[in-house]
Design a protein around this ligand. Structure first.
Ligand SMILES: Cc1cc2nc3c(=O)[nH]c(=O)nc-3n(C[C@H](O)[C@H](O)[C@H](O)COP(=O)(O)OP(=O)(O)OC[C@H]3O[C@@H](n4cnc5c(N)ncnc54)[C@H](O)[C@@H]3O)c2cc1C
Length: 594
């Protein structure tokens, strides 16, 4: 059976040595999170993840969720108890607003717990994850009355939240939504329609489920400009806060799917259900985007988290499995064969996984820190920069971390040989679970289009030029240091390639949109690699500054950093070459030729 041990040492290094979160202690939230508090959170969070959640992962995969004849859904064994403990221990609201019962800690402090839970049981962690996103959307777009009515119970975990966008005819193109909302004299709406693939649409973990539903009010404009957002609770909430009548919708079925079996993927049938408008009519996408952006960062984290757990098990396997002899002479002559970790090709897979995971973790946590600065910094310039970074990097986090995370999980399977492909070892579950992250929350193709189509051009390119400045700053701060040379040169090289690709897109993407579409995937990969080069250079600097400590952790970090720059970063060259071919080779064939 697979195991999971939270990578607490690496997380501490990131939070304290690289991101130096202690330096923000003058800001709200950070003041409540000194190092001893964070250490305690990491310790108890890692215990919860490995001792409570991880044992439910394989069980959840095997049992899956069951829909009962009355439309209720039973989650796998152990999920209810884990959910109860997670709520009782206050984990649900760790970063939520104290006004609604949250602890108000910075996101960057709650990130490790989210990562640990996702590694320990991705399917389970989606229930609280979506609840957090739904609560965030209500907090941003809801009325004071709605916030008071729903947020305290969502923050505590007593109630859960979901997002209902997808319909049979409408996935990526939300302008095709058909679910109808009919205004009632009392100010509520009657919601009718079918939503599909709704994660956690029905479950037996929480007392109530707050569905956030996109629908079209009668007479609304066609397309995306006519979409409104509604709160549709499973049980209506009385004015005194108690639960009232069961609302008129049901889970009509559960999807059978490749992975995340412990998460109920529901067909939801709304039959004149009572809904409450959030914000203004026809402006629902604005608020829904709060939830979608939150979820995109969470999904990026899923890619990293599945890679981490798969990698840990691969590393153990590589140390234990005996096959063949080292090509430079036996390393364990007392045994019938050497452990496979002696073979360079096995090492290559482990190193590829390791540099992705540690770089991606730095990237995800740094982006979370930008979210905190955006919320709490009193300095308008800091907030603007943080917002630019968040907005620009969200599609990169989602697209790059899920794609490479899946690849890492697949490498972990490969490293196991046949034991990876067969079920007993439990590795193939990580690959199956990780695969969905490339699809939901906007497919990775759509993330790449968002990056080249919207994010680059926003505010005259302010965000991307700001990112170039981040890269230049790293170079100028470290240029004089001989020990930083290989890392500085790597950042310079990737920055040049990213700038060249960006200029090419600016010149050729507008004149022919297919050029932008055809280049978008490689541009996003190039962007992700460049962001990781920045992260690895910062980690190398932090490790060099601690190298006198004699702690092997820092020496290992530097070896790992070198591997990234020597063996992974060179891919930027091929991505740039592909960006610059533009649309012609992609679009040349007639549709019938495929
Ligand atoms: C397990 C699971 C859980 C889910 N959970 C939820 C949930 O909780 N709530 C919810 O609302 N939805 C949920 N979804 C739906 C998910 O978000 C959609 O599957 C996703 O947005 C893609 O839509 P689609 O599947 O209809 O693909 P389509 O939109 O049909 O796309 C098919 C392919 O075409 C590409 N494509 C489409 N349009 C374009 C374009 N304009 N340019 C370039 N390429 C394009 C896509 O990238 C994709 O590769 C879930 C799905 C699954 C499988």
């Amino acid at each position: 059976m697979p195991k999971y041990q939270a990578p607490v040492r690496d997380i501490r290094f990131l939070l304290y040595d690289v991101l130096a979160i202690g330096s923000y202690s003058n800001l709200p939230g950070f003041a409540e999170a000194p190092q001893d508090v964070i250490d305690a959170i990491l310790d108890s969070g890692s215990k919860f993840a490995s001792e409570v959640l991880q044992p439910t992962n394989a069980v959840g995969d095997r049992q899956g969720c069951k829909r009962n004849p009355d439309g209720s859904v039973t989650t796998p064994e152990g999920f209810k108890e884990a959910y109860r403990q997670m709520s009782e221990d206050g984990w649900m609201g760790i970063s939520a607003d104290p006004e609604y019962g949250g602890q108000g800690l910075p996101r960057v402090v709650s990130m490790p717990f989210l990562e640990m839970c996702s590694s320990a049981n991705m399917a389970f962690s989606m229930y609280p994850g979506l609840t957090r996103g739904a609560a965030e959307a209500i907090q941003t777009g809801g009325s004071d009355e709605q916030k008071r009515a729903y947020l305290p119970n969502m923050v505590s975990g007593k109630w859960a939240g979901t997002m209902n966008l997808t319909e049979p005819q409408c996935g990526t193109d939300l302008g095709l939504i058909r679910t109808r909302a009919v205004p009632q004299p009392d100010g509520t709406y009657r919601i009718t329609g079918q939503k599909i693939w709704i994660s956690g649409g029905e479950q037996d973990l929480s007392e109530n489920i707050i569905q956030l539903v996109l629908a079209r009010i009668e007479g609304a404009p066609e397309g995306i400009k006519g979409i409104s957002l509604f709160i549709v609770p499973k049980f209506l909430v009385n004015t005194d806060g108690s639960l009232g009548a069961r609302n008129s919708f049901q889970c009509g079925g559960l999807e059978e799917k490749m992975g995340i079996h412990g998460n109920a993927t529901c067909v939801m049938n709304y039959e004149g259900a009572t809904g409450y408008l959030v914000g203004e009519p026809h402006k629902g996408m604005r608020t829904m985007f709060v939830m979608m952006n939150e979820a995109r960062l969470g999904v990026g984290m899923q890619g990293l988290a599945q890679a981490e757990v798969a990698y840990q098990n691969a590393a153990d396997f590589a140390r234990e499995r005996l096959q063949g002899r080292s090509i430079t002479g036996a390393k364990s002559p007392d045994k019938p064969a050497d452990p496979i970790i002696v073979h360079p090709d096995v090492r290559r897979m482990l190193m590829d996984m390791k540099v992705f995971i540690e770089g991606a973790r730095a990237f995800a946590y740094w982006t979370a820190l930008q979210g905190d600065l955006l919320r709490v910094s009193p300095d308008q310039r800091v907030r603007e920069k943080a917002e630019d970074r968040m907005s620009l990097l969200t599609p990169v986090i989602k697209g790059f971390l899920t794609e490479r995370g899946f690849r890492a999980a697949s490498d972990a399977l490969q490293l196991h040989g046949g034991a990876g492909y067969t079920r007993e070892q439990g590795i193939e579950q990580f690959v199956r679970d990780a695969r969905i992250a490339l699809i939901y929350e906007g497919t990775n193709g759509i993330q790449a289009l968002d990056l080249v189509g919207r994010k680059l051009a926003a505010n005259g390119g302010r965000a991307v030029f700001g990112f170039f400045s981040d890269l230049e700053e790293l170079v100028s701060l470290n240029e004089g240091r001989e020990d930083m040379k290989p890392f500085v040169v790597g950042v310079q090289t990737s920055a040049e390639k990213l700038k060249e690709a960006t200029m090419w897109l600016m010149q050729n993407g507008m004149s022919n949109f297919d050029n932008a579409g055809a280049s978008s995937h490689d541009y996003l990969q190039l962007f992700g690699l460049t962001a990781l080069s920045l992260m690895w250079a910062r980690m190398a600097r932090a490790a060099l500054d601690k190298s006198d400590s004699g702690d092997a952790f820092y020496a290992d970090k530097l070896v790992t950093a070198r591997y990234f720059f020597d063996r992974v970063l060179p891919d930027v060259t091929s991505h740039l070459a592909k960006v610059k071919t533009g649309a012609a080779p992609v679009m040349a064939l007639n549709a019938e030729a495929f």
